[in-house]
Design a protein. Sequence first.
Length: 37
Amino acid sequence: MNIENTLNTAIKTLTQFNIQNANLDSEILLAKIIGKD
């Protein structure tokens, strides 16, 4: 695997990880808002 492929794979992995974290944060925030009712 060359350096370009390695970097592209790393970027894709990090992007997916960041999206998952953002979704998790949104769910936690939503749960807190709903829990206040």
